[in-house]
Design a protein around this ligand. Structure first.
Ligand code: PLP
Length: 371
């Protein structure tokens, strides 16, 4: 699904030098590279504060802890996403409230959010799924109207731009009160292990979060709040620092590949390709996901695997149907889109090193099978 080896070859010297530097200087934890990468990312995003941490799941959890959410508070998020989002809500003994998504952008449904709001609702967690920005204008409007926090799950959309209704451009992940991202190797900005970060423009929240990631300490050995241990190590920061200047080019390469996939695949009426019809939002194609509408999705998956073409189903089971998150509050008729997507979606290989020949082989194989 991804080709990180070829990407590494192009940044090898800088990455190797960073790793060597960490080893020579024994700056494994909280070394200068962590601070440099943090500053570089703040500048790139136009965010006041980036707080690096150990992974994207921690970043989500710490963001919720930082906002002071309390057991029983309701947090609205999408039914169609990776489980990390709902997992941390449940771990903190908050009440997850799953809502359906839109068919066109596969992101959280505004109508779903509106229907789910109760007096106990405290936050909305939009996920910019597969790299496409959620409808942040409307989400912020609903949140402001009901006095709710917005925590952006930006694990799949780093570098994506959002243009609001006044024409103001910002990076996805800098619009809500706080955002979480992941630097898992296959993400658009990935390190060579685990990593994550929290972004916010709120000075006070940033201060609280800097303590939480470090055992609740604001002064050495003074534990003011219950925290966690969640750090980005210096070697990973070195990898990320070398990759960040290439992020826009990486995202452009993904977009270009997606466009080529779309051109080839849209000739078949049983394939629904992702729309390039953007309305202020932007798509950085963390995944290239199509829908197969003639019931042959699973057969296509098996066929592609047989032909040696990596592919995957993101996501095969709606969160409301997962054992860990099932709840009598959820009714099947509330999730028609997620239920349909789980049966129809398939992700094709997507990374920065895809060439025309590979795309042609993949699309020819898909079209030949669905003919
Ligand atoms: C990858 C991902 C996460 C979690 O990131 P990790 O670094 O793997 O913990 C959270 N949310 C979404 C939507 C993701 O894709």
């Amino acid at each position: 699904m991804v080709d990180l080896k070829s990407q590494y070859e192009k940044i090898k010297e800088e990455v190797n030098a960073s790793i060597q530097d960490v080893l020579e200087n024994n700056t494994y934890i909280n070394g200068p590279l962590v601070h440099q990468f943090q500053a570089d990312l703040e500048k790139y995003l136009g965010a006041k504060h980036v707080i690096p941490c150990a992974n994207g799941t921690d970043a989500l959890q710490i963001a919720m802890m930082g906002l002071g959410l309390q057991p029983g508070d309701e947090v609205i998020t999408a039914d169609f996403t990776f489980a990390a989002t709902v997992e941390v809500i449940a771990l903190l003994q908050l009440t997850p409230v799953l809502v359906d998504v839109n068919m066109n952008n596969m992101n959280i449904s505004l109508e779903g959010i509106r229907k789910a709001i109760t007096p106990k609702t405290k936050a909305i967690v939009p996920v910019h799924l597969f790299g496409r920005a959620a409808n942040m204008d409307a989400i912020m409007e609903i949140a402001n109207e009901h006095n709710l926090y917005v925590i952006e799950d930006n694990a799949q959309a780093i570098g994506s731009n959002y243009t609001d209704k006044n024409g103001k451009k910002s990076k996805v992940g800098t619009i809500g009160q706080v955002a979480a991202t992941s630097f898992f190797p296959s993400k658009n900005l990935g390190c060579y292990g685990d990593g994550g970060a929290i972004f916010t423009n709120d000075d006070n929240l940033a201060h609280i979060i800097r303590g939480i990631v470090n055992h609740g300490m604001y002064e050495r050995y003074h534990h003011d709040v219950v925290g966690v241990n969640s750090r980005l190590d210096s070697i990973q920061a070195g990898v990320l620092k070398a990759k960040l200047p290439n992020l826009d080019a990486y995202n452009l390469a993904r977009k270009t590949a997606a466009k080529k996939y779309n051109e080839a695949l849209s000739v078949n009426s049983n394939i629904v390709v992702p729309s390039f019809d953007f309305n202020g939002d932007d798509h950085v194609f963390h995944q290239y996901v199509i829908r197969i509408t003639n019931g042959k999705r699973d057969a296509l998956l098996a066929h592609l695997q047989e032909k040696g073409i990596p592919c995957a189903i993101y996501y095969p089971i709606p969160l409301h149907s997962q054992k860990a998150y099932a709840d009598i509050r959820y009714k099947e008729e509330d999730f028609p889109v997620t239920n349909q997507l789980c049966k129809e979606v398939i992700a094709l290989p997507m990374h920065t090193e895809l060439d025309d020949e590979q795309i042609k082989f993949i699309t020819d194989t898909v079209l030949e099978f669905l003919k």
